[in-house]
Design a protein around this ligand. Structure first.
Ligand SMILES: Cc1cc2nc3c(=O)[nH]c(=O)nc-3n(C[C@H](O)[C@H](O)[C@H](O)COP(=O)(O)OP(=O)(O)OC[C@H]3O[C@@H](n4cnc5c(N)ncnc54)[C@H](O)[C@@H]3O)c2cc1C
Ligand SMILES: O=C1O[C@H](CO)C(O)=C1O
Length: 541
């Protein structure tokens, strides 16, 4: 450890541990981004969090907080100090009658589910996985798929956050209300969330069913009962076969019934799809056939093929997200969904007016030679009627229900797919034309100016709250400057990117430095990455 840090540490004169290690490599779940923080710190108490924040301020370091690194972007990359709350993960109290749970913020959602289940409670809603930390999940606006619930942040009743001055603030709709709204989606740039009070619900079982059919039948039911037929509904759309799977789930008191076991589904299907995607890296025009084969094997070839099961909610709502991937997900008004998917279909399938599914796509980029992966995830959320405070940075629609479209591109054996740039260029053009805003955690290309236009005053209000809470930019890095902080003056502790390199086994190594007014501190030199070179990661020029 830098002797300057050891020297500052010795001045604290207390017995509060500072649990820091060096030589940590941080990677995103998808292994798309890697970084090498100067220190990796895993506090176990609020006193330890307070101490590390005070120490960082004295040592002029930037702090990044990471949950489990499931955000697909470089938002958690740092060469300065990386704080992880995996060991700050206890349920602190449960009020069974009111279904109110207080927890330390590093707890993972699967652990929340397990602990709540023991007392007959559950989370009201979940996304596709439950690996995330509760603080990480709310900080990027994580959502599931239901018109009966909002995003996960909507279940937060109160939170405690450690600010850059080392003081912990409690906030809720009635206490520090503006700080609360800013913290509900804070992108890690406001402080370290340490405690969360959560509105749970009585545990419930879901009877779910998935039916494969033409996408036309899905479009035809869009304005009837597609999204309202059951409490939870999600759709996977297959662009080339022009089919979709509609997954519906409703609460039930019936006995549990596990999903049917298929010889293909688990191990075999996983590896077949992976290897076919790998082959398509070299012969991309195979992708429509792969889509037909893989998803026919998985969901059934004839339209109307149905699978069903009855499971506890914390199992039923999850799905297997397969392999490393890029995900570009946008929130648009729900009523624009059929237009969005039809235009995307016309573009990807090169439809001509003779085709019954043809609509003019209006996307000013060529789809020639473009072949993409399936499925596109189609999900919904409803926040327009919410009585809970709306986060300033909430990407969902305030006037009507929200549709999320998620254009996933897999990275077979960690190789970037060749079509990424043009697919996402076309997809984002369409999403923006339909009034969309990107999911904060994902791999979008829209820039800071675009985001300013999309959020207007809400972004300015959020920036003011952030700047008041952290005037030196202790919680700010390159990602925040690029997308949400505008072109203002660099803050004293703000981390600036100094380079990035493609590394062997895929992904990008991101390097940064913190330079405050007094000179260089927390800086990154090539040597800082030596331990990466010595391990299994090779840095290429
Ligand atoms: C396989 C997969 C499936 C997914 N499914 C969905 C889905 O269905 N729906 C959806 O909306 N998203 C989904 N996501 C995205 C995921 O929910 C978000 O990226 C989420 O933020 C990840 O949580 P995390 O704990 O890994 O946080 P990280 O990715 O580590 O961090 C996310 C942000 O939270 C901040 N942060 C973390 N902890 C704290 C803290 N204690 N205090 C302050 N800030 C903090 C970080 O600084 C960062 O800005 C999925 C991602 C993957 C990889
Ligand atoms: O980011 C996400 O990844 C999965 C799709 O594989 C999912 O549902 C997200 O959201």
């Amino acid at each position: 450890m830098d002797p300057a840090i050891t020297s500052e540490l010795s001045k604290f004169n207390d017995d509060i541990p500072f649990r820091a290690t060096t030589n940590h490599t941080q990677s995103t779940w998808a292994r798309t981004f890697h970084s090498s923080p100067e220190l990796y710190i895993q506090p176990q108490s609020i006193a330890e969090v307070e101490k590390l924040v005070n120490l960082a301020r004295r040592c002029r370091r930037r702090i990044t907080t990471v949950g489990c690194g499931h955000s697909p972007s470089d938002i958690t990359c740092t060469s300065s100090w990386l704080v992880n709350l995996d060991k700050f993960n206890k349920i602190l109290s449960v009020d069974k009658e009111k279904c109110v749970v207080v927890m330390q913020s590093g707890i993972r959602l699967f652990a929340v589910g397990e602990e709540l289940d023991k007392v007959g409670l559950a989370m009201p809603n979940l996304g596709s996985i439950n690996d995330q930390s509760i603080a990480g999940a709310i900080s990027t606006g994580t959502h599931g798929s239901t018109l009966k619930h909002g995003i996960l942040s909507a279940s937060i009743l109160q939170l405690k956050i450690m600010l850059a001055n080392g003081k912990m603030e409690t906030c809720s709709p009635t206490q520090n209300a503006e700080l609360f709204r800013a913290a509900l989606i804070s992108l890690g740039a406001l402080g370290i969330i340490v405690e969360i009070t959560f509105q749970a619900v009585p545990a419930f079982t879901l009877a779910w069913k998935q039916v494969v059919d033409t996408d036309l039948s899905m479009f035809n039911s869009w304005n009837k009962d597609l999204w309202t037929q059951t409490e939870f509904v999600r759709v996977w759309w297959f662009p080339y076969t022009r089919r979709s799977v509609v997954w519906t789930a409703e609460k039930t008191k019936l006995a549990l019934r596990p999903p049917p076991k298929s010889y293909y589904d688990a191990w075999l299907g996983f590896h077949i799809y992976h290897n076919l995607l790998y082959a398509a890296q070299y012969v991309p025009r195979m992708l429509p056939w792969i889509e037909w084969f893989v998803f026919g094997m998985q969901y059934g070839f004839p339209n109307g093929s149905t699978t069903s099961a009855i499971q506890p909610s914390r199992q039923a709502l999850l799905m297997n997200c397969l392999y490393s991937q890029f995900v570009n997900e946008w929130a648009i008004p729900l009523h624009k969904g059929p237009e969005a998917l039809r235009r995307l279909s016309s573009w990807l399938n090169h439809l001509t007016p003779e085709d019954p599914d043809y609509v003019p796509h209006g996307i000013p980029y060529s789809a020639d030679g473009l072949w993409v992966h399936a499925p596109v995830e189609v999900r919904v959320t409803e926040t327009s009627n919410s009585t809970t405070p709306r986060p300033h940075l909430d990407p969902t629609c305030s006037e009507e229900a929200t549709l999320y479209l998620n254009a996933t591109l897999y990275r077979p054996y960690d190789m970037d797919p060749p079509c990424r740039a043009r697919y996402y260029q076309g997809f984002e053009y369409l999403m923006r034309e339909l009034g969309g805003r990107p999911h904060w955690a994902k791999n979008f290309d829209a820039n800071g100016k675009d985001i300013e236009e999309m959020y207007g005053n809400k972004l300015l209000e959020w920036r003011k709250i952030r700047n008041d809470a952290d005037p030196e930019g202790m919680f700010v890095g390159e990602w925040h400057r690029r997308y949400i902080l505008g072109e203002g003056r660099k803050l004293a502790l703000e981390e600036v990117e100094v380079g990035r390199k493609k590394i062997w086994k895929g992904g990008v190594l991101v390097m940064g430095e913190v330079e405050d007014d007094c000179g260089l501190s927390g800086s990154t030199s090539e040597e800082s990455f030596d331990h990466l070179r010595e391990s299994d990661v090779t840095v290429k020029g």
